[in-house]
Design a protein around this ligand. Structure first.
Ligand code: AMP
Ligand code: MG
Length: 405
């Protein structure tokens, strides 16, 4: 059977993005982690006027003696937040960081370079116009676009909004993402395990990803391997959520009911992806609700969610389409036999004796071993049909980045 490449699968997802339109206005102070739904322009200059970047003395460079130290009388003090008096030519102004530069002065000398002599100050030679002056609008100018629509709001963005006096912003209502875990063998922690049962880890991986990325998690629970129940649960989830995700039951085994259930409710494409872990992946729609089916192995859920579903969800949430950033680093392992699937190897960043970072493969790469995600820092990507040896450079994606932006 021919395999669909990760690249082609992502292109299909990208082509299917229908960005959300549901918007609400919230206080900017409550907007952390949400996605901005409008461009924000400034009505102000930041800083509002020329101001000092240092504690020191403001002066007019035309009052200085060329190439020599100059002594000037100190005529006033300007503290941040207080208006400057009119400037008397031929004097210096004691000024503090953030203080308004009096009209007529054009430079500030830091106090460490000056000597105070009674009510005068001795200034060093060679002071240039503009020295230590933060010009009006250095950060933001009137009418500048401060932030663009689609920006996810981190602390620095909210700080920038505050700097131009914005107290309220329009954000996209967080997507509601339902996650269902299929499998007769599953039990949620808190109940004892009977023979043959295992605890449901995928629910917690999916819920955590959904919440971590700022979406609303809708718990679709555990779905037994039964066609009618699978259909009912999927139908219910699709009514309550903007996107539905399942784990397990998308292979072509006897107990895999996700494909036939979605086929009856809407439309589903099931592919063998050229991806390891995470071969069987499904995508389709239940009524109009987009649907993703991930395989059941927990590492496949972890990798599949971050690599395949996260870009789709974020674009649907109104952010620009963005695939994970790749870093090139030398590896400490080898792959002597090439595979036809693109492999995402769980690796740690280890600093060698030479101070350089290297990628070290976790000992077990079985997609059932969730520990490989717990003790790793990154996913190293071995492209299809490629062998690699120690010291080769491989692209990797950092888990910190995957889960934090
Ligand atoms: P499936 O894709 O349904 O054939 O499942 C593949 C493997 O993943 C099987 O060993 C399942 O028991 C396991 N598995 C499926 N769902 C979960 C889950 N929610 N938590 C932990 N393991 C799971
Ligand atoms: Mg199953």
């Amino acid at each position: 059977m021919s395999l669909l490449s990760v690249e082609n699968a992502l292109q299909i997802f990208k082509d299917n993005v229908k960005p959300t339109t549901a918007i609400k206005r919230v206080p900017a102070s409550d907007s952390l982690g949400y996605v901005l739904a409008e461009d924000v322009c400034s009505t102000l200059n930041v800083p509002p006027e020329d101001c000092s970047a240092m504690d020191g003395y403001a002066l007019c460079t035309d009052d200085l003696i060329d190439g020599q130290k100059t002594t000037l009388k100190i005529s006033q003090r300007v503290m941040a937040g207080h208006e400057a008096q009119s400037f008397e030519r031929g004097t210096a102004v004691r000024i503090f960081t953030g203080g308004q530069i009096p009209v007529g002065t054009n430079a500030v000398v830091m106090q460490e370079d000056c000597e105070v002599d009674g009510d005068s100050v001795v200034l060093p030679a060679s002071i240039n116009p503009g020295n230590n002056v933060r010009p009006q609008g250095q950060d933001i100018k009137v009418d500048d676009v401060v932030l663009v629509k689609g920006q996810k709001l981190f602390p620095q963005h909210i700080g920038q909004l505050a700097s131009v006096g914005i107290a309220e912003v329009a954000i996209y209502r967080p997507l509601r993402v339902a996650a269902l875990s299929t499998g007769d063998e599953l039990v949620d922690p808190g109940s004892p395990l009977a023979n043959g049962q295992i605890y449901n880890s995928n629910r917690f991986i999916m819920a955590g990803m959904i919440e971590r990325l700022g979406f609303e998690f809708i718990d679709g629970g555990i779905v037994p391997d039964d066609f009618d129940i699978t259909k009912d649960k999927l139908s219910e989830a699709a009514q309550n959520a903007d996107v539905v995700i399942t784990s397990g039951g998308v292979s072509v085994g006897d107990a895999d009911y996700v494909k036939p259930a979605v086929d009856e409710l809407g439309h589903l494409d099931l592919w063998s992806l050229a991806m390891k872990p995470g071969k069987p992946v499904a995508f389709g729609h239940i009524n109009d609700t987009p649907f993703f089916g991930l395989p059941g192995n927990p590492v496949s859920v972890f990798v599949g969610f971050l690599v395949l579903i996260k870009p789709y969800l974020q674009a649907t949430q109104g952010m620009p389409w963005k695939e994970p950033r790749r870093w090139k680093l030398p590896i400490n392992f080898e792959r002597k036999r090439s595979g036809i699937r693109q492999e995402y190897i769980r690796v740690s960043l280890v600093q060698g004796d030479d101070g350089e970072q290297r990628l070290e493969s976790f000992s077990t790469q079985d997609s059932g071993v969730l520990r490989s995600t717990v003790y790793s820092d990154a996913l190293a990507i071995v492209p299809p049909n490629t062998t690699v040896k120690q010291g080769d450079l491989l692209d990797c994606i950092l888990l910190d980045e995957l889960l934090n932006n």
